[in-house]
Design a binder for this molecule. Structure first.
Ligand SMILES: [Zn+2]
Length: 281
């Protein structure tokens, strides 16, 4: 089968996952189940059938409104399905069918949900972070069982004994990244006398640490801070003179950081290393 054929298949699966993400984005902040009740129109409560739920297609065919009551459907639904489909294809183009592809596709899906929920509600549902952590740990174990190249256990020497404590790298990554964000949260609160980093950000950082090798996880945080600064300054300029107090949640920036790292992380790290080697500093 040619590459384009699998790209189309992967894209369609991506839009179906995106359709489910729309349900998560809508219901998780309200602590509602994402499977029960089945999809229904938020206005008229009519249960939606297969023809109303086909990703992308239904939205366009129905003219962006509910078939039963005419309630307009936001572009957001379409955007999430399209973005998830494109993300899956991009990951497939980079990683082809591999354990990495499936892991990163699922991780990206949960991060797309994080992006929109945190943007709207300033919360990151625990389910999504726990899902990310579980994903990283399972992926680690699968890699070990399959004797994947470069997979190993971290062995921490126990002081004053000859024993070593074996640990999964994903667990080490989640502990280190979680601890870094926890420290920033504590220091930030001391310095600014207000919450600088929420518990949701700490758990998300742990999930990222469980999935990306440590240098890449740290790189994703740097990209997040950079994106946050650029977008924050942009917002300040756009709202000049207005008294509106704007707040930019950090979760979506972390998601941008991971996405940049998934595609360009190795190249950025390599460029930085060669910069150091050639006497840049
Ligand atoms: Zn309706």
């Amino acid at each position: 089968m040619p590459f384009w054929f699998w790209s189309v298949v992967v894209f369609i699966y991506g839009t179906v996952v995106g359709s489910f993400l729309n349900v998560c984005i809508c219901r998780m902040p309200r602590d509602e189940s994402v499977v029960n009740p089945p999809s229904h129109c938020p206005k008229c409560n009519t249960k939606l059938g297969i023809a109303d739920l086909a990703p992308l297609v239904s939205f366009l065919l129905l003219g962006r409104k509910c078939r039963y009551c005419g309630e307009p459907i936001g572009w957001r639904y379409f955007l999430v399905e399209l973005a998830t489909g494109l993300m899956f294809v991009a990951l497939f183009a980079k990683y082809r069918f591999s354990v990495d592809f499936f892991t990163f596709a699922l991780l990206s899906a949960s991060l797309i949900a994080v992006f929109f929920i945190d943007l709207d509600h300033w919360i990151i549902p625990d389910q999504l972070s726990v899902f990310g952590i579980g994903l990283g740990v399972v992926r680690d174990i699968v890699g070990l069982v399959m004797h994947e190249e470069g997979r190993s256990l971290l062995r921490i020497p126990i002081p004053f004994t000859q024993f070593e404590l074996p640990m999964l790298w994903s667990i080490a990554g989640l502990l280190i990244c979680g601890a870094i964000f926890y420290a920033i949260a504590v220091l930030g609160e001391l310095a600014f006398k207000k919450e600088a980093m929420g518990g949701g950000d700490i758990k998300l950082a742990a999930a990222i640490g469980a999935n990306l090798a440590l240098p890449l996880a740290l790189l994703s945080f740097f990209v997040a801070v950079f994106a946050g600064s650029v977008i924050g300054i942009g917002m300040k300029v756009a709202q000049r003179g207005q008294q509106k107090d704007s707040y930019l949640p950090f979760g979506p920036m972390m998601v941008i950081g991971v996405f940049v790292t998934l595609f360009f992380g190795a190249e950025i790290v390599a460029a930085y290393m060669s910069y150091l080697e050639h006497g840049g500093m």
